[in-house]
Design a protein around this ligand. Structure first.
Ligand SMILES: [Zn+2]
Length: 434
């Protein structure tokens, strides 16, 4: 958090200095790295019940919040992956057990212009307080009212900001802000009496991990990623847009093979025509800082994917980067947040491609015979298994436009540090590609 923001908070009446979550998380990771440990190694061992999620909505936490909670859950030995704020726990009828310490996470939200103190909203030249807005109606009332007393069409309202008078839509476009706040959450196991707690939905591990991995590989191949065999090394070549893997039989376990394949797919998501990640497009040399940063993203990607799919990946083979990581994290407290947010986007990208493949198959099977789906899956599998049949790289240069909708000014964190809150489902971008 920048000094400016801290000052702003103090001026708002908060006497306590806000805690610096980013610095705290960074310090903790650096401490582990300096001991030669990889903090995000084997997260799945404590997350058999799935990714950390909210106890009320069931929604999984994203980016760095997901990483923070994954690591805390392992360290504290909680089995249940559900978390909630103090308020949510109360609403579920529960209490936090005495002496239990919560975990701070970051939340990003949109602050609509009418919540800004430098803006006033007028209807027929009189100022009103805005309580809420729906599609075509704004609920307003007097400043002393506890609920809205008038429902007005937004076109009837004028927004006064500094010397300007704006329409409702203009104000949304230019004056809305994205704000970050730190919240403290508690694990279900730190609470009692959660009578209204919704049931935990277990992750879908029914699909055998090998099949799942093959499906993901097929989906990425459909996204024109090539697969080839190399006698010794596993790597991703941005130039050929191709993942090379040593022969399957050279791996000690089948999971080892798929875990490595997934890790390289993680790198491939950074290609210009996919998520356009600087770690891949920047042409960094082995041993450089840029290279270590990309490796950090791919590792967190592997950790997230392992929890999502059950396909593990052994991080200890990346021991060589530990010192580099410690250095890049020490330099910039935003780095781990950026890395986790980008890794989260890579996971979303791959899972969306996997879903698309399923949808395509479903469509095909409805127009042809029922067997079409099975044939398609098995032929896709064959293509993956046989590198000679791989499709070559394409010249598709359409860049991903996920960032485009983020035109709101950010208060205190540089744009590239923003997590992925206003996330557009990756699927929708297929339209852009066509
Ligand atoms: Zn790698």
């Amino acid at each position: 958090m920048s000094d400016e923001k801290e000052k702003e908070k103090k001026e708002e009446g908060g006497v306590k200095k806000p805690r610096d979550l980013r610095q705290e998380v960074t310090d903790k990771l650096v401490e582990a790295l300096d001991k030669g440990e990889i903090p995000w190694n084997k997260p799945w061992e404590s997350l058999e019940l799935g990714m950390p999620r909210n106890m009320v909505s069931g929604r999984e936490y994203t980016g760095a919040n997901s990483l923070i909670l994954m690591l805390e859950q392992r360290d504290r030995g909680h089995k249940d992956p559900r978390y909630g704020t103090f308020k949510q726990i109360n609403e579920l009828g529960g209490k936090v057990t005495r002496g239990e310490k919560g975990i701070p996470v970051e939340f990003w939200g949109k602050e609509p212009f009418y919540q800004r103190r430098d803006t006033s909203i007028k209807y027929l030249d009189r100022a009103y307080k805005v309580f809420s807005e729906d599609r075509d109606v704004v609920h307003i009332g007097g400043f002393k009212d506890s609920t809205s007393t008038l429902a007005i069409c937004p076109r009837e309202l004028k927004v006064h900001h500094q010397d300007k008078v704006l329409t409702w839509d203009e104000a949304h476009k230019t004056l809305d802000r994205i704000t970050a706040r730190t919240y403290v959450v508690f694990n279900v196991e730190q609470c009692t009496d959660l009578e209204k707690l919704p049931p935990l939905i277990l992750p879908d591990y029914k699909i055998p991990t090998n099949e799942r991995a093959e499906r993901i590989m097929a989906a990425m191949q459909k996204d024109s990623l090539g697969f080839a065999e190399h006698p010794e090394h596993a790597f991703y070549s941005p130039k050929r847009d191709e993942v090379s893997l040593p022969p399957r039989q050279s791996f000690k376990t089948v999971e080892g093979y798929y875990g490595t394949a997934l890790h390289e797919i993680g790198h491939a998501t950074g290609a210009a025509q996919r998520l356009n990640r600087e770690g891949i497009t920047g042409g960094h040399r082995f041993g450089s800082e840029g290279y270590a940063k990309e490796e950090l993203r791919a590792e967190i990607f592997s950790a997230f994917m392992a929890v999502q799919t059950g396909i593990p990946h052994d991080m200890t083979q990346h021991q060589a980067y530990v010192k580099n990581w410690s250095e890049v994290l020490k330099k910039d407290k935003h780095e781990i947040f950026r890395a986790a947010a980008e890794a989260g986007k890579a996971v979303d990208y791959v899972l969306a491609k996997e879903r698309d493949l399923q949808i395509d198959h479903t469509r095909e099977s409805t127009v042809t015979m029922e067997n079409a789906q099975v044939d398609q899956v098995s032929s896709e599998k064959q293509k993956v298994a046989d590198p000679s049949q791989r499709t070559g790289p394409t010249n598709n240069t359409v860049t991903f436009k996920v960032e485009q909708e983020r035109q709101h000014p950010v208060l205190d964190v540089p744009k590239e540090n923003m997590p992925d809150l206003p996330r557009i489902p990756v699927r929708h971008n297929r339209n852009l590609e066509r």
